[in-house]
Design a protein around this ligand. Structure first.
Ligand SMILES: N[C@@H](CCC(=O)N[C@@H](CS)C(=O)NCC(=O)O)C(=O)O
Length: 233
C-alpha cells in the first residue's frame, strides 16, 4: 500500500487532498517534525531533504509536494491534462512551479519571521511579507477572470494552491481582513473546502497528536541554524 509521510502543514496537506480525491488506499505515516522525526535515518532514506511530504509506493519514492502531485496525477491520469505538448499542460507546469518556488517559500518565510523569529526582524519581515503579498497578488489577479487555476477543470494546480491558501490569514497576519484583499483566492478556497475530499484531508490531523509546543527542543529541530548564532555569542 502507498505510504504517505505527513504532518498537518501546507505542503503535506496538498497530497492528502489529492490522495483523497483519487480514492487511493494509503497508509498515513506521521512525521512529527517538532520531535525531530524528519531526521531519523529511515526517513532520510525516503526524503534526503528531511521535510514532509514524501510517498513510497512499491519501488517508487517521491519527495517534494508538487513533484508528488505531478507524479500521482500523471500516473492515475486524473486532475491533469495528459497531452504533454499542449498549452494547458505548459500552463500547468508554470503554475505548479510558481507555487513550489514562490508561494510556498515566501509564505513559509513570512510565517517564520512574523510568528517565530526573535527581534530584531523588521527588515526580514518586511521583505518576506512584501514578497508573500506580491505572489498572492499574482494569484488573485490570475483568478479574477477564471474559476480554476488552469483550464476549465479542477486540477492538481488547485490542490497545490489549496495547501497554502487555507493559511493565508496566518501567513499575512491580516486575519479576516485578508479576504477583502484576496476575494478570488477566497472564492476558490471556499469552493475546494466544500469538497468531501478536502474535509477528509483536514481530518487527517486528528488521527495523530502532533507535538504543538514550540519549546527549546522543537526549535532545535525546526530552526537548526540558530545553533550557529549561539556559538557566536
Ligand atoms: N519543497 C518542499 C518543502 C517541504 C517543507 O518545507 N515541509 C515542511 C512542512 S510544510 C517541513 O517539513 N518542515 C519541517 C522542517 O522544516 O523541519 C515541498 O514542497 O514538499
Amino acid at each position: 500500500m502507498l505510504k504517505f509521510f505527513y504532518n498537518a502543514a501546507p505542503n503535506p496537506m496538498k497530497i492528502a487532498l489529492l490522495l483523497e480525491e483519487l480514492g487511493l488506499s494509503y497508509e498515513a505515516i506521521p512525521v512529527d517534525t517538532r520531535q525531530g522525526q524528519q531526521f531519523a535515518p529511515e526517513y532520510l532514506a525516503v526524503n534526503p531533504n528531511a521535510k514532509v511530504p514524501a510517498i513510497v509506493d512499491g519501488n517508487v519514492t517521491v519527495f517534494d509536494s508538487n513533484a508528488i502531485l505531478l507524479f500521482l496525477a500523471d500516473r492515475e491520469k486524473r486532475f491533469i491534462v495528459p497531452d504533454v505538448g499542449s498549452a494547458e499542460r505548459a500552463e500547468t507546469l508554470s503554475w505548479l512551479m510558481f507555487i513550489a518556488s514562490g508561494i510556498g517559500p515566501y509564505s513559509g518565510q513570512s510565517v517564520h519571521f512574523r510568528h517565530m523569529a526573535p527581534e530584531p526582524k523588521t527588515y526580514a519581515l518586511n521583505r518576506y511579507d512584501y514578497e508573500a503579498n506580491r505572489h498572492w497578488g499574482i494569484l488573485e489577479k490570475h483568478l479574477s477572470g477564471r474559476t480554476f487555476m488552469v483550464g476549465e477543470h479542477y486540477s492538481v494546480v488547485d490542490m497545490a494552491f489549496w495547501g497554502w491558501a487555507r493559511l493565508l490569514p496566518y501567513v499575512l497576519g491580516t486575519g479576516d481582513g485578508t479576504w477583502v484583499q484576496y476575494p478570488h483566492v477566497k472564492r476558490l478556497l471556499d469552493h475546494i473546502n466544500t469538497k468531501p475530499a478536502a474535509q477528509r484531508a483536514e481530518a487527517l490531523k486528528t488521527q495523530y497528536s502532533f507535538k504543538t509546543e514550540m519549546d527549546a527542543q522543537a526549535r532545535k529541530f525546526m530552526f537548526p541554524q540558530n545553533e550557529r548564532l549561539e556559538k557566536n555569542d
